[in-house]
Design a binder for this molecule. Structure first.
Ligand SMILES: Cc1cc2nc3c(=O)[nH]c(=O)nc-3n(C[C@H](O)[C@H](O)[C@H](O)COP(=O)(O)OP(=O)(O)OC[C@H]3O[C@@H](n4cnc5c(N)ncnc54)[C@H](O)[C@@H]3O)c2cc1C
Length: 408
């Protein structure tokens, strides 16, 4: 169906591009305004769960994303210091039957490319830095740093954790420093030959930190992300380089094989992790938000990009059946998405406590419970996140959850 509405999307990250594709497929005219002069997909790897893969299916890019990524046989959980195996769970066997889609690890740039190449030329405008947005009686406006403005029937703020759209609608509210920093890097898989476990998806839990590594780029590179409780660094840029030695010093005393892998990183980056108290209101009038612009979260459930993708798909479904009542569709979208994303933000925070326990006794007790559950439990998964993975954007009901007032 051809829709006459014209939608302005601020931000060309994974959430903004997915929204553009889903809306374009429903016949909307839309434009993505991205501040950067080129899309680089900074930030390395993404661990994508079945609920994220189901969004790619709805967008018609699932096969391409799978081809660019890597599917591990297992994920192992090890003690970060001794290397002892705590639990191992299958990433493949029974996964399709249980969740309806696979797990995948992929480079962020590959996902952005797969989304972008399905968009017609001209939809993505680079070098457009939004400074403010405004509702008027019958439409909404976006103003850019270069002084230009655009008028649209709806504006979607998909402009990340420092969203100018959110600030413009609700005032500036700084995000919350979580007390965690992370380091990341990529290593060619050919370089890790002989390092036990380096090629396999593994999470290493130690005191006050954890490290995860997995393969991306069709399996050719190993992506590692090393998390540490620390307030020694609060910079949020995901392109801030640091020295190899700084990372190794932060993980002194950890398993030597893990440190060998980290040392092989071609470049090392560090950034501080922020999230936000869940917002009660996501939009006003013809303006709404999606992804990190509204619910940035700790990456400990691997759900930030997945939630941005789900937001984009649900928003497009609702606008697609809105018959012109855009404001009502936006409020319904916010009411539907708020409870789930709030639950995921809070669950991701709770994982920080669980993963980064300091007391040796508490860690031992946690590891024994996990080991027993992974061998004998009914749900053998270490993350216990079935409620996240089962969600299917194409089947999810579009009724407003009962008892909700959209102005709450
Ligand atoms: C260490 C780490 C690991 C992670 N791992 C995972 C994982 O394994 N799985 C997962 O699902 N998620 C993961 N995430 C979370 C995920 O990266 C984010 O949640 C996701 O990228 C959010 O997408 P987005 O499109 O909402 O925002 P962003 O990716 O931040 O994109 C926002 C875009 O808007 C642009 N922009 C910003 N301001 C303006 C402006 N004023 N005008 C115009 N454009 C603007 C930016 O340049 C950017 O392109 C991880 C995050 C971190 C920090």
């Amino acid at each position: 169906m051809e829709h006459t509405a014209n939608i302005a999307i601020v931000g060309g990250g994974i959430g903004g591009l997915a929204a553009a594709l889903a809306l374009h497929q429903r016949g909307f005219r839309c434009t993505v305004y991205e501040q950067a002069s080129q899309l680089t997909g900074v930030g390395g790897g993404l661990n994508l769960s079945p609920n994220a893969l189901k969004t790619f299916r709805m967008l018609g890019v699932e096969e391409e994303v799978i081809a660019a990524g890597f599917q591990d046989e297992f994920q192992s959980l090890r003690n970060g210091e001794t290397g002892a195996l705590i639990a191992r769970q299958s990433r493949r066997e029974g996964v399709m039957e249980k969740y309806g889609a696979p797990f995948l690890t992929v480079h962020r740039a590959d996902v952005q490319d797969d989304l972008r190449k399905h968009l017609p030329d001209g939809i993505l405008q680079l070098g457009k830095n939004c400074v403010s947005v405004e509702n008027t009686e019958n439409n909404a406006w976006v103003t850019f740093a270069d002084g230009s403005t655009v008028e649209a029937d709806a504006v979607i703020g998909a402009d990340g954790i420092h969203s100018a759209v959110r600030d413009s609608v609700f005032g500036v509210q700084p995000p919350r420093f979580t007390g965690c920093i992370c380091f990341r890097g990529l290593v060619p898989v050919s370089a890790v030959e002989g390092i036990p476990e380096a090629k396999n998806m593994t999470a290493w839990w130690g005191p006050a930190g954890h490290v995860v590594h997995y393969r991306v780029r069709g399996g050719d590179q190993v992506n590692f992300v090393a998390h540490r409780d620390s307030d020694a660094w609060t910079g949020e840029s995901s392109t801030q380089k640091c020295s190899r030695q700084e990372v190794l010093d932060s993980f002194a005393g950890w398993n030597p094989d893990l440190l060998k892998l980290i040392a092989l990183g071609e470049r090392h980056y560090k950034w501080a992790l922020y999230d936000r108290e869940p917002l009660k209101q996501w939009g006003r009038g013809r303006i709404t938000l999606l992804g990190d612009a509204v619910h940035p979260m700790l990456p400990y459930l691997g759900q930030g990009a997945a939630m941005a993708l789900e937001d984009a798909c649900i928003l497009a479904r609702l606008l697609g059946q809105s018959s012109g009542d855009i404001e009502n569709a936006l409020r319904r979208y916010e009411d539907i998405r708020r409870p789930r994303t709030t639950q995921v933000v809070l669950a991701s925070r709770a994982r920080a406590t669980q993963y980064h326990l300091k007391s040796p006794l508490a860690r031992m007790w946690r590891d024994v419970k996990l080991a027993l559950r992974s061998r004998f439990g009914r749900d053998k998964t270490t993350l216990q996140a079935d409620w996240v993975y089962h969600y299917d954007v194409t089947a999810a009901p579009l009724d407003r959850p009962s008892g909700l007032d959209s102005t709450e």
